[in-house]
Design a protein around this ligand. Structure first.
Ligand code: XBP
Ligand code: MG
Length: 252
């Protein structure tokens, strides 16, 4: 029988609802700071989220929506990288102000599984300092040590939906996919985790609730709390009304 050894968490949309009020706002602040008249509305950002990675998302926006734009200088990639650096500055400043809380049930579940000795990791597309800022300003600086692997950003050549970031995490932990569960919130996320053969619990959000989660083991509106039950959108949670260690063990 396989025993559950570790949980691997996506960050954006999964640990916290960072996209609409965090990343999107930071992109717009960076555009304004660079004197660009680009403005990513909530609706447009939903379309842009089909592309993971901030630099890749800016490139996609230019190719699809702004073919009229001529970037200054000769090196487009360098311009985008600089713009993205400014975006990261604004994003981490937003997190420092406490703009984005953790999603329901995240803190409780992390406390329970750490107490039980499960191993933890992060597999995300976002920039490493963004992960540090989110963890530090929601769970405290010590929480960086709770995760034995924090796999983030450009550490692998291909971002989600490729499986690379999860493959990398499993290899670093020396674990087989069957011994772990992943937590995701989006189509690109579940494509990535399932391509790494990981069973995955999805908690949807405003941008992802219509995504195809047929590869997920369980799809929920959130992780739930003892007094705030989750809604099961797909899969079998048995008699559970919030995600806890017993449910995770039953799913593996
Ligand atoms: C998250 C992303 C990231 C963030 C922006 O995807 O797509 O690109 O939106 O982060 P996932 P950066 O949750 O699937 O990892 O700007 O730092 O790239
Ligand atoms: Mg995500």
């Amino acid at each position: 029988m396989t025993t559950l050894q570790a949980l691997i968490f996506d960050v954006d949309g999964t640990l916290a609802d960072t996209e609409r009020d965090g990343h999107r706002v930071a992109f717009n602040l960076a555009f304004a700071e660079a004197g660009l008249d680009w403005e990513w509305s909530e609706a447009l950002y939903g379309e842009l989220l089909t592309v993971t990675g901030g630099k890749e998302r800016i490139r996609f926006y230019l190719d699809k929506y702004r073919t009229d734009v001529e970037l200054p200088g000769t090196d487009d990639a360098a311009f985008i990288a600089e713009l993205h650096k400014t975006k990261t500055k604004h994003y981490t400043q937003l997190l420092e102000k406490g703009a984005i809380p953790l999603r329901q049930g995240v803190r409780r579940l992390l406390d329970e599984v750490r107490e039980a000795g499960l191993r933890l990791a992060i597999a995300t597309t976002t920039t490493p300092v963004n992960v540090e800022a989110l963890l530090t300003h929601t769970l405290g600086a010590e929480s960086m040590d709770w995760f034995e692997v924090i796999a983030a950003g450009d550490i692998v050549p291909a971002k989600k939906p490729a499986s690379d970031i999860y493959d990398y995490t499993l290899e670093k932990m020396g674990l087989a996919a069957e011994e772990c569960l992943a937590f995701e919130d989006s189509l690109n996320g579940i494509l990535s985790s399932s391509a790494a053969n990981l069973k995955t619990i999805v908690t949807v959000n405003g941008y992802t609730k219509e995504d195809d989660f047929s590869k997920a083991t369980l799809v929920l509106d959130n992780l739930g709390e003892p007094d705030k039950p989750f809604v099961v959108l797909a899969g079998d949670a048995g008699s559970a009304s919030f995600v806890n260690l017993d449910l995770l063990k039953a799913l593996i």
